[in-house]
Write a protein that binds this ligand. Structure first.
Ligand SMILES: NC(=O)c1ccc[n+]([C@@H]2O[C@H](COP(=O)([O-])OP(=O)(O)OC[C@H]3O[C@@H](n4cnc5c(N)ncnc54)[C@H](O)[C@@H]3O)[C@@H](O)[C@H]2O)c1
Length: 363
């Protein structure tokens, strides 16, 4: 479709070969309401699944007609039909799964965050590199329609020089959907805003320095922070803002993005957050600065895809593409370590009350 003078698309194309055998490790919530609906809609080939809770694996297999429930990770990995392992276990368990998957010589899609700490995240990426297998991370917000179309517009020059990028979220998040999160000391940034960090890096590149402020809501169950305000600095005019608040008890939810440049503005809403995990399609509108120096009318862009499940095909399609080319996946492990560094720089900034360069974060 056409936005201004620019051709954009919200559709995520599959690579020439997309029938790799996929084995699932972890059959919890996100696999059932996001990974598998996206794979089914794209006719991907899920051949086996495993969960330490066998009932979860059996129920998932029944629901999605998966031919084999493995009794152990070793059994799943020994199956020659499994060519890609799709891991969706809580972050603290991911390293040990990755070690075994890499030893079996299989490619893998990991869930975000890669780990609970940067040292283990870096280890995960190094283990896959040494094993010669491709590793991608499920930072699928890059394929969410609003962000995907914004990226196409920004790359084509539709906003000119970016000067302001902001994601501002004021919602009521059902943290209880993830009971294990309550005991995690780093919560909001690592399990939620990490999507915004990754998307804003995708749109504008890596920040030079970040300043962040974190807070908890009175009486909250979780031990980690549940509110984030972060500002990123770049060498030029650009500044980025992440403003993420999850305890909005009102009936006035809002989840917006706005990307301003010298000659154009993109604004929109993140549909998923209006009713997680069902959500609705994002909205997006574009305004150009006319040659007469006056703003042209806003153009509404009719998006139809939803973050859940539609964006979840993106990281898997990109991993498959990487397997059949010499390239790395768009959200490769190496790229994701830079998202991870920004996340950890935000924590250091909040703890030490100073601006922090992401490069300060080392394993
Ligand atoms: N990308 C996203 O947008 C997104 C959204 C939600 C959750 N997640 C991530 O996905 C992961 C899973 O989240 P969820 O919401 O499905 O959690 P969940 O608690 O619903 O499911 C986790 C499943 O993993 C299983 N499991 C735990 N350790 C295992 C192991 N070593 N081997 C095999 N199975 C194991 C559990 O039995 C459970 O069934 C988390 O890392 C979370 O951060 C990502």
């Amino acid at each position: 479709m056409k936005v201004g003078n620019y051709e954009v698309s919200e559709t995520v194309p599959l690579p020439p070969k997309s029938d790799y055998g996929i084995g699932l490790v972890g059959c919890g919530g996100i696999v059932n309401y996001a990974h598998l609906p996206a794979y089914r809609a794209n006719n991907l080939n899920v051949v086996a699944c495993f969960d330490v809770n066998r009932e979860a694996a059996e129920q998932t297999a029944r629901e999605y007609n998966i031919p084999k429930v493995a009794a152990s990770l070793a059994e799943l990995l020994a199956d020659p039909a499994v060519e890609i392992v799709d891991i969706a276990v809580p972050a603290q368990h991911q390293l040990s799964v990755v070690e075994q998957v890499a030893a079996a010589g299989k490619h893998m899609l990991c869930q975000k965050p890669l780990s609970t700490n940067f040292r283990d995240a870096a280890r995960i990426v190094e283990i896959a590199r040494q094993a010669g297998v491709k590793l991608a991370v499920n930072q699928q917000m890059r394929w969410d329609a609003g962000i995907r179309v914004a990226r196409q517009l920004i790359s084509a020059g539709a906003i000119g020089e970016p000067v302001d990028g902001r994601i501002q979220v004021n919602v009521k998040t059902p943290w209880d959907m993830w009971p294990w999160l309550a005991a995690i000391p780093q919560m909001e940034v690592m399990y939620h805003s990490i999507h915004y960090i990754d998307s804003l890096r995708f749109l504008f590149g890596d920040p030079q320095r970040v300043s962040s402020f974190h807070a908890k809501y009175p009486g909250q169950k979780a031990i980690g922070e549940s509110k984030t305000l972060s500002v990123w600095e770049y060498p030029g005019a650009l500044q980025v803002l992440i403003d993420s608040f999850h305890a909005n008890w009102s009936d006035e939810v809002s989840a917006i993005f706005r990307f301003t440049g010298t000659v154009g503005i993109i604004k929109g809403t993140i549909g998923l957050l209006y009713d997680y995990p069902n959500g609705r399609p994002d909205t997006l509108a574009y305004q150009a600065l006319g040659e007469d120096g006056q703003p042209e009318p806003w153009q509404e862009v009719p998006l139809t895809k939803k973050w859940i499940p539609d964006a979840f095909i993106g990281p898997m399609a990109s991993l498959m593409e990487a397997i059949q080319t010499a390239a790395e996946a768009i959200t490769s492990g190496a790229d994701n370590l830079r998202t991870f560094q920004v996340a950890q720089a935000e924590y250091r900034s909040a703890a030490e009350h100073r601006a922090v360069e992401p490069g300060e974060i080392v394993p």
